[in-house]
Design a binder for this molecule. Structure first.
Ligand code: ZN
Ligand code: ZN
Length: 340
């Protein structure tokens, strides 16, 4: 194990020795502090979990209710074995948190996944001053620069209305945690929104937990094709090429993902449309977020970590790439969800 101040990177995950806990471990540990509910950041089998109060409904849904989960609101500080621990909004998905650790005046922040644009549904990202910052780098290449979300949403609306004119059924492909809620918020009041089970189940829990989420309708076998054709369907990636889509009236699929910016993914070549709507920071977003922390040292995790950390060193921010098991990102989770 490589000990570096308040945190180290072990074969189980990001470890805080002084507090004897892990952040987003990928192997079972005693206490896991969870940044957010995506499958690559939270695994089953830890003795106890600590997360934001809106991440708990996700864990309950995905890992089962019998888990021992303690929650915190943003900003509230607790002490674990003398280490001060608090959560700050990461703006990635509902409940997503940066974990701030403080011990004997040294401050370390672990970002989990984050985006800097306020999506109106996840609490907006807030930079936190620290000595050491652990940043993701999912889109850590200069080619990734998002258009403002208003513009992307207006493109999505145009696409939907064009589909209506052509009697096509609009199917938006989006991760069930994060992108789906963001689409529901952004497209509410426009057409009826129909969602796949995995999204409906999560939404129910969010609404119960007090999230102000506009209405959406669970897709069931009873719904008529004509009805669906007038609305907007949101389904997770694992279902995007399923047989039931072929049974819809002239389905047109629109994939909502940051990867659509370069249409690099082979997987989505058959999609009718791509919208580069991402829940991660783009290149300028990563840089502005990192500079705002004032960190003396930045550890770069999953994504284009080598390129990104090299660039940080070039502009005078001491940085190091670290290997973690995060990153195959939400896609794996979707397969699991659907297989359930
Ligand atoms: Zn994530
Ligand atoms: Zn991630």
């Amino acid at each position: 194990m490589n000990q570096m101040g308040l945190i180290s990177f072990s074969n189980k995950g990001i470890y805080c020795k002084q507090g004897d806990f892990y952040i987003d471990p990928w192997r079972p540990v005693k206490l896991a502090i969870t940044t957010h509910g995506h499958a690559d950041h939270v695994k089953w089998g830890n003795e106890a979990y600590l997360c934001h109060e809106l991440t708990k409904p996700i864990l309950d849904q995905r890992l089962g209710m019998e888990l021992k989960v303690e929650t915190l609101p943003y900003y509230k500080e607790i002490s674990i074995n003398g280490v001060k621990v608090s959560l700050f909004p990461a703006g990635h998905v509902i409940g997503s948190s940066q974990i701030r650790l403080e011990y004997k005046g040294e401050i370390c922040v672990v970002s989990g996944d984050y985006k800097v644009e306020d999506d109106g549904i996840s609490t907006a990202f807030e930079p936190v001053k620290c000595h050491t910052f652990v940043s993701e780098s999912t889109f850590g290449l200069p080619i990734y620069k998002w258009q403002p979300q208003e513009l992307i949403f207006s493109q999505i609306r145009d696409w939907i209305s064009d589909n209506h004119d052509k009697n096509k059924t609009s199917v938006l492909v989006a991760y069930s945690l994060g992108k789906a809620q963001r689409l529901i918020k952004g497209l509410a009041g426009y057409n009826a929104i129909y969602v796949h089970n995995s999204i409906a189940n999560l939404n129910e829990r969010f609404i119960k937990a007090g999230v102000d989420l506009p209405e959406s309708i669970r897709i069931t076998a009873e719904l008529k094709k004509e009805e669906l054709q007038k609305g907007i369907l949101i389904v997770p990636p694992a279902l995007a090429e399923g047989r039931w889509i072929k049974n819809l009236t002239n389905a047109a699929t629109g994939v909502c993902s940051g990867w659509m910016q370069v249409r690099a993914s082979r997987r989505w070549r058959s999609a009718d449309a791509g919208f580069a709507l991402s829940d991660h920071a783009d290149w300028p977003g990563l840089l502005s977020a990192i500079k705002a922390t004032g960190a003396e040292k930045v550890f770069v995790t999953h994504g284009f970590s080598a390129t990104f950390s090299k660039y940080l060193n070039e502009i005078g921010i001491e940085s190091e790439e670290v290997t973690t098991q995060y990153g195959s990102e939400e896609e794996d989770e979707e397969v699991l969800e659907v297989a359930k």
